[in-house]
Design a protein around this ligand. Structure first.
Ligand SMILES: *Cc1c(COP(=O)(O)O)cnc(C)c1O
Length: 393
């Protein structure tokens, strides 16, 4: 989403002067370069699903390629088609399908497709026959996550079905892949078990005649903590955006990563109130002294968690404060204290890199009992993404 298109929508223009998510594309590129260094000889697939974790699909995809990614990955076919429509020709994998998915469009657009069940292989093969070009398929094996992927005896059956279609030359099995359940706890016994199961699944596919181009298992957490899991290709997502997938092991800086998103808003109103005044719906906060309240024009419609009530951290005038009272749909209040003089239009920083004392997305995650992934991904559609730091700017 470009700045211009974001601001051309009247619904968003209301926020354009106030709330914004500034996304540093130079940080995205540098993060990918660091991940590529860590990946060694493995290639890097930058995962840009969910609008690049809320950071803006196309600018981030381009920035990731500038940083050295040679693949892109998305969960949904529609996201992959969007990348192709924008002229991105890089290898591109999509993995979460339903029988009504438009595999014809995918094959025509030269998108690599994951298959986890025979129905998907059949649908992809039919699309390839119609399109007149063979599809590239990555077989997904469930090695213990019990989410997507072929489980147990379904795996040899999936491989056999794929080999039949390979013989027909309607598709090529180019990859075998899986996903960890405990990548964020590298010492958990399931990590080793899943890696063994993965290698057995790969061996079975190769014995059946598959000539694999890429075997891939590692997300950000595995890439950062488990160098033995890189295989031919790694699939980092959250680390591309400069957030640590394992905050209890190390913060972003300790992994050489820089958070890309800074979420800010101009204050809407600043006023004095006496001691003992209840603030916002339900008066969940009561002023301890005569004080100054600052009104921030963002709420849960913009992705601010409602359970940030009385706990969400906000920096105003270079000082850290905490949300006072309930987060509402469009706004929340901060008690900036009896001394601080702030005015309408002054900037509130909800989160950023943390290098100027402002909170980080990880601070928000801890305060609201979730993960930084959810904090950045949920930033609402009406908050414009302002992309800075692209080459040439
Ligand atoms: C989202 C996702 C990734 C990226 O995960 P991170 O933890 O963000 O690095 C990798 N692989 C699959 C299958 C995913 O769904």
């Amino acid at each position: 989403m470009s700045t211009a298109s974001a601001q051309s929508s009247p619904a968003i223009a209301v926020h354009a002067a106030t709330a914004r998510a500034t996304v540093d594309l130079a940080a995205v590129s540098a993060n990918v370069t660091e991940l590529r260094r860590r990946a060694g000889s493995a290639q890097v697939m930058a995962v840009v699903k969910a609008d690049a974790y809320g950071h803006g699909l196309l600018p981030c995809a381009t920035a990731a390629l500038r940083g050295g990614a040679s693949w892109l990955g998305v969960a949904q076919l529609g996201e992959a088609l969007q990348l192709r429509a924008a002229g991105i020709t890089t290898r591109l994998l999509t993995w979460l399908h339903v029988p009504s998915s438009d595999f014809r469009a995918a094959v025509a657009a030269d998108i690599d497709l994951s298959a986890a069940a025979p129905w998907a292989l059949e649908a992809i093969a039919e699309a390839a026959r119609d399109t007149g070009r063979p599809a590239r398929v990555h077989l997904c094996v469930d090695t213990g996550l019990a989410r997507n992927g072929a489980y147990g005896e379904d795996w040899p059956a999936l491989v056999a079905a794929a080999r039949k279609l390979e013989a027909e030359e309607v598709l090529r099995v180019v990859g075998v892949w899986s996903h960890f359940a405990y990548a964020d706890a590298p010492a958990h016994p399931s990590v080793h078990r899943q890696q063994e199961a993965f290698e057995e699944a790969v061996a079975l596919a190769e014995r059946a005649g598959c000539r694999l181009e890429v075997r891939h298992l590692a997300n950000s957490a595995a890439l950062l903590t488990n160098p033995g899991a890189t295989y031919d290709l790694v699939r980092p997502g959250i680390a591309v955006y400069g957030l640590s997938p394992v905050p209890d092991i190390g913060d972003a800086a300790s992994f050489g990563l820089t958070p890309a998103m800074t979420l800010t808003a101009g204050l809407s109103l600043v006023k004095r109130v006496p001691q003992g005044q209840g603030v916002s719906y339900g008066h969940q906060y009561v002023t301890p002294t005569e004080t100054t309240l600052a009104l921030v024009p963002m709420g849960y419609a913009d992705g601010i968690p409602r359970n940030a009530t009385n706990v969400g951290p906000v920096s105003i005038g270079g000082r850290r404060h905490t949300i006072a009272g309930r987060v509402c749909m469009d706004q929340f209040v901060v008690d900036v204290g009896p001394d601080l003089v702030a005015g309408a239009g002054d900037e509130a920083v909800l989160f950023g890199t943390g290098t100027h004392g402002e909170p980080t997305a990880e601070d928000w995650a801890r305060a609201t009992d979730t993960i930084a992934y959810e904090i950045v991904t949920r930033v609402g559609a009406r908050v414009p993404r302002i992309h800075v730091g692209a080459t040439g700017e």
